[in-house]
Design a protein around this ligand. Structure first.
Ligand code: FES
Ligand code: FE2
Length: 352
């Protein structure tokens, strides 16, 4: 069996394959959840996220059991979610806790909607969709998020495409061809792939345009003329259902997935520029280092957004071609992509 045939084995079509729901997915950034409920969708399930008066995050099915309207159109009242229509309130467990026009002999209706395990960690809202035990599994997290030696940039990605197209895009570094004008990396060469039923690690060698060894090197993110190619290892990992990568010592990038349905995917790309090379900086007071980190927040956002536009265009064309003719066969030469497809199928079956 050659590589291109492997991707077609099993009756499970990779372009319609479901997710393993018994893992932590990212549905929003912390900053998006303020004092109003927010509607999100994770693999066809409509969910409302809200922050109570103590700042704690909760998530419920986005449906008022009284008349099935969206609870996300309501508001937060004393740590409960109040429906916009008749003002019934629901607590964090999804139980009806108040009806404004309850008559003297009437009891609260015994209705209850689903609540989901949810937590706020490293700048994002992580949600566990399945019925499995969420305490047994930890969300991936971003160790660099609060670390003073890393400057973060965040960009949201929305595409009309199955999540498999996006993860294949970011695991196949030969697609650097598409981004030549952004000078992200050059001449990637796959050196090795390791895979098991939880992750795929692909090791490439590449040329980076950036070297962060002087404090002013950060300006390379804005001025292409300052960039010089130099060889670096480029590692990309599909740590199902998310993605992590490192380019030499200077950059780490994560992609946190929120698959919406079979033809729609949301994700967050988080880019970290390392300040590890600046030992003098590390001797300065924490307050000052925090100031440097915070002032440079989102310095690579424009770069990320430029890359995203190009990637989304390709992903949406792939999805469209698939929907128009499901029998068209791809030719795959990068064994990383084959390993990624195998993992997607394995995880789907694991979650059933
Ligand atoms: S529909 Fe929600 S309170 Fe009536
Ligand atoms: Fe890309």
């Amino acid at each position: 069996m050659n590589l291109s045939q492997v991707s077609n084995k099993n009756n499970l079509n990779i372009r319609t394959c479901g997710i393993n729901p018994n893992l932590w997915y990212v549905v929003a950034t912390s900053a998006e959840i303020k004092n109003q409920p927010v509607a999100v969708t994770l693999w066809q399930e409509e969910i409302v996220i809200y922050r109570d008066q103590e700042g704690k995050i909760h998530s419920l099915e986005d449906r008022c059991p009284h008349r099935q309207v969206k609870l996300s159109a309501g508001k937060i009242v004393e740590n409960t979610l109040e429906c916009a229509y008749h003002g019934w309130c629901f607590n964090e467990e999804g139980k009806c806790s108040f009806v404004p026009y309850l008559e003297e002999k009437q009891k609260l209706p015994p209705c209850k909607i689903r609540s989901y395990p949810v937590q706020e960690l490293d700048g994002f809202i992580w949600l566990f969709l399945g019925d499995g035990d969420s305490n047994l599994i930890k969300p991936m997290g971003l160790p660099e998020w609060d670390h003073l030696n890393y400057i973060a940039s965040v960009a949201e990605l929305n595409c009309q495409g199955h999540f498999s197209y996006l993860i294949e895009n970011i695991m196949d570094m030969y697609h650097g061809h598409l981004h030549d004008n952004y000078q992200a990396w050059a001449t990637a060469k796959l050196e090795n792939v390791e895979a098991n039923n939880h992750r795929v690690d692909a090791y490439y060698s590449a040329q980076s345009y950036y070297k962060i060894d002087k404090i002013w090197s950060i300006s390379q993110l804005f001025f292409p003329a300052l960039r010089r190619l130099h060889p670096v290892p480029l590692t990309v990992s599909y740590i199902y259902p998310h993605w992590a990568s490192s380019l030499g010592n200077d950059f780490k990038i994560y992609c946190l997935f929120c698959p919406i349905n079979e033809t729609q995917t949301k994700a967050y790309l988080i880019h970290f520029t390392s300040l590890n090379a600046f030992w003098r900086l590390h001797k300065l007071p924490v307050k000052f280092r925090r100031f440097v980190k915070d002032s440079l927040f989102n310095s690579a956002k424009k770069l990320l957004e430029g890359l995203i536009i190009q990637d989304v265009e390709m992903i949406e064309q792939e999805q469209k071609a698939f929907l128009e003719n499901k029998k068209l066969r791809n030719f795959e030469l990068n064994r990383t992509v084959v390993a990624v497809q195998k993992l997607i199928r394995q995880q789907f079956l694991l979650g059933k």
